[in-house]
Ligand binder design. Structure first.
Ligand SMILES: *Cc1c(COP(=O)(O)O)cnc(C)c1O
Length: 391
């Protein structure tokens, strides 16, 4: 075997996003024991930073030592047990994974579907809650990465409360890219990921739980089926009163990187970072539109950090992506499920949300289009993007 030297890519897909040298250097610092007092001090800072990011006072706020999918399982496997009925809002891949989680945790899922590319319909959610009094949890994806749609989290949570339900929210792609107001909306369980708008390496999943959620976990009739994700056990490690006890070995160096990612977000300022995502999105959209491209999602529910662009008639979408990767070291995402072959997913997440990336992407796309018998003016697209950014 020989050392693996990855190519330098610009990451503008659905995640991971670009990771800055500063974070990579933080991860290269000396490994210390995960029960070392200095490590525990850093863990406390991570928890404090995450509370600010989630805009919550929830005591139990910490990163699960595994990717976003594990944060999802932590929420579902702790809150759902046999006999529970969960309303799952499904308008893309990740809503369907929620359904799968409910079933595997022993519960029953009541689905409220929305067409891919559209936002969940509050009236349908309310009707389902009225028709199924046994529902005790409402689960939804805040930012559907498979389609680029933003859900009305405040509206869904208000309906859930009106019907005495807890809420589980997927904030993997939303956290750090659009406002996530856990306490204001009264979300009971939320999970995110390190590699999307937080621009860290993949493999950590920040989660946060309300007291109501923890009461429900404490009142379970059966133990959580997963030992690793059982909050009652993990709590002693991440939230131990009077000292921590061993649960699992924390990914020490990954957490150095995550700590640095949080430092960087608060250096810039959370509001400034959200504003940067919004502005680079506006710029990218102007550039794409100048090349005659259109979005799958209506402007009022579009995610700035995940742009779903319709593949023009006659253009081979896979050949465009492979040209971008081979000629420009630029990664954009393909469509999933029913959208495969029909859209590209262009991410502007975290460090990737900057004008240099927007300009590179527009230039590279125009070049690829012109090789595909689709006439596009890259210089004009970049100029349109710059004008929109300055406006
Ligand atoms: C990426 C993503 C996940 C899964 O996160 P992993 O880190 O890939 O496990 C879950 N939900 C949404 C909305 C995502 O975008």
């Amino acid at each position: 075997m020989q050392s693996f030297l990855p190519p330098h890519r610009t990451l503008m897909g659905p995640g991971p996003s670009d990771v800055s040298d500063r974070i990579l250097q933080a991860m290269a610092r000396p490994t210390i024991g995960h029960l070392d007092p200095e490590f525990q001090r850093m863990m406390e800072e991570i928890k404090t930073g995450l509370k600010a990011l989630f805009q919550t006072e929830n005591r139990l706020t910490f990163p699960v030592s595994a990717p976003g999918s594990a944060g999802m399982e932590t929420c579902f496997h702790n809150l759902v047990e046999e006999g529970d009925t969960v309303l799952v809002v499904r308008n893309g891949v990740f809503g369907d994974r929620m359904r799968e989680n409910v079933v595997r945790a022993g519960g029953t899922a009541v689905l409220v579907d929305a067409e891919w590319g559209t936002a969940p319909d509050l009236a349908l959610i309310e009707a389902a809650l009225k028709a199924n009094a046994e529902i005790s949890i409402v689960a939804f994806v805040h930012a559907e990465t498979s389609t680029g749609v933003l859900a009305d989290a405040a509206g869904i949570c208000a309906l859930a409360q009106k019907h005495d339900c807890l809420t589980i929210m997927d904030a993997v792609t939303s956290l750090g890219g659009v406002p996530v107001l856990v306490d204001e909306w009264a979300v009971d369980a939320v999970y995110s990921g390190s590699q999307k708008c937080l621009s860290c390496t993949p493999g950590l999943s920040p989660v946060s739980f309300s007291e109501k959620a923890l009461d429900r976990v404490r009142a379970r009739k059966t133990p959580v089926r997963s030992w690793f994700l059982d909050l009652t056990l993990v709590m002693n490690y991440w939230d131990g009163e009077g000292g921590r006890s061993y649960h699992h070995t924390a990914p020490v160096n990954a957490l150095y990187g995550f700590h640095e990612a949080l430092v960087m977000i608060f250096e810039e300022g959370l509001d400034a970072s959200l504003e940067r995502h919004a502005k680079t999105h506006t710029a990218l959209a102007a550039g794409l539109q100048s090349m005659g491209l259109s979005f799958l999602v209506d402007a009022d529910v579009r995610l700035p950090q995940l742009n779903t662009v319709v593949v023009p008639e006659g253009v081979d979408e896979a050949s465009i992506r492979s040209h971008l990767l081979s000629a420009y070291d630029l990664e954009i995402g393909a469509g999933l499920g029913p959208l495969a072959g029909k859209v590209w997913r262009i991410g502007l997440m975290g460090s990737s949300a900057k004008m240099a990336n927007v300009e590179l992407c527009l230039t590279a796309l125009a070049d690829a289009f012109n090789r595909n018998q689709y006439k596009a003016d890259g210089k004009a697209a970049v100029a349109a993007a710059q004008a929109a950014f300055a406006a």
